[in-house]
Write a protein that binds this ligand. Structure first.
Ligand code: MN
Length: 298
């Protein structure tokens, strides 16, 4: 057994199942073996699930710090509300990008009008020191650039791919894209990036591996092309970026650098001291037990 994979090898990681609000999700990041891909530090494939006008994601107001949430739906619609006053319906093929900075809170709700299938991915990007203590922000992009290939296409969510750049805010050297393919898709890669390819739908071959929903293929830096082959119509989320140089500390909905920062964020949320603002939502605030390193608090 080799201790380290050679650069040509592909590492296949299985997602674990988790529950977010009313939905079961497949979590590809973080995992014990791989906590980040570039600055991407969280990846949940949500659904497919049936939702109604009055019930869907149903995630009540909860806080974030030090990260950006990237929401991309492949089916259906959901309603985003946040403490900046944003109320934004997101539909399949659209991007919601929320930057937490020093603190924001949001809820994810049913739309009041959409009934049908809901499916998508929620991703987090760890913010760097230059922006993680700055103000919160929200962007919605209804129309993102697409690159057409002979046997598929790529929609660029963040960063750039094959010379096409997303208009969404991007503070890191990274890329996020949705690949749709039926056949061979030769995607040009940035050699300084590491990559993760998360299969949402279909069946693809990569480096001798067969990948279906619930798997992520990890690729080390040093490649200039991704050779994906799909035998049937498939959807893949491609994440890439320069490997993070600093150690990040994640707990619950917070990305930080130390326990002290997490403790402060936790106390602000528990005491509702204004740091995370207020979300105009009918759903109950999400509470959680204190961090494990603190003695039991009542
Ligand atoms: Mn959230």
């Amino acid at each position: 057994m080799q201790e380290f994979a050679p650069p040509d090898d592909v590492e296949v990681l299985s997602a674990h199942h988790a529950q977010v609000g009313a939905l079961r999700v497949r979590r590809s990041l973080p995992q014990r073996r791989r906590r980040t891909v570039g600055a991407w530090c969280f990846a949940d494939h949500m659904g497919p699930a049936d939702v109604t006008e009055g019930s869907g994601l149903d995630v009540g107001p909860h806080p974030h710090t030090g990260l950006q949430t990237v929401t991309w739906l492949t089916d259906g619609q959901a309603l985003h509300r946040d403490s900046l006053g944003t109320e934004q319906v997101i539909a399949a093929g659209e991007l919601n990008l929320m930057t937490a900075g020093n603190g924001v809170s949001h809820a994810e709700e049913a739309t009041g009008h959409y009934r049908g299938t809901l499916q998508g991915i929620q991703l987090w990007i760890a913010q760097g020191d230059e922006s993680r203590d700055a103000a919160a922000d929200f962007e919605h992009h209804g129309d993102l650039p697409r690159v057409e290939f002979a046997q598929g296409s790529a929609t660029v969510l963040l960063g750039d791919l094959a010379g096409t750049r997303s208009p969404a805010r991007c503070d890191h050297p990274l890329v996020g894209a949705e690949l749709r393919l039926n056949g061979r898709l030769p995607i040009p890669l940035e050699p300084t990036f590491e990559y993760g390819a998360i299969v949402l739908d279909g069946l693809v071959e990569l480096g001798g591996h067969e990948l279906g929903p619930g798997t992520m293929a990890y690729l080390n830096p040093g490649r200039d092309e991704l050779g994906l082959f799909a035998r049937s119509a498939s959807t893949v989320i491609l994440l890439g970026g320069v490997p993070l140089q600093e150690e990040i500390f994640m707990w619950w909905n917070f990305v930080a650098r130390s326990r002290a920062e997490i403790d402060a964020a936790y106390d602000s949320w528990r005491n509702n001291d204004g740091r995370f603002g207020k979300v105009d939502s009918g759903l109950a605030r999400v509470e959680t037990a204190p961090p494990y390193w603190r003695s039991r608090e009542s």
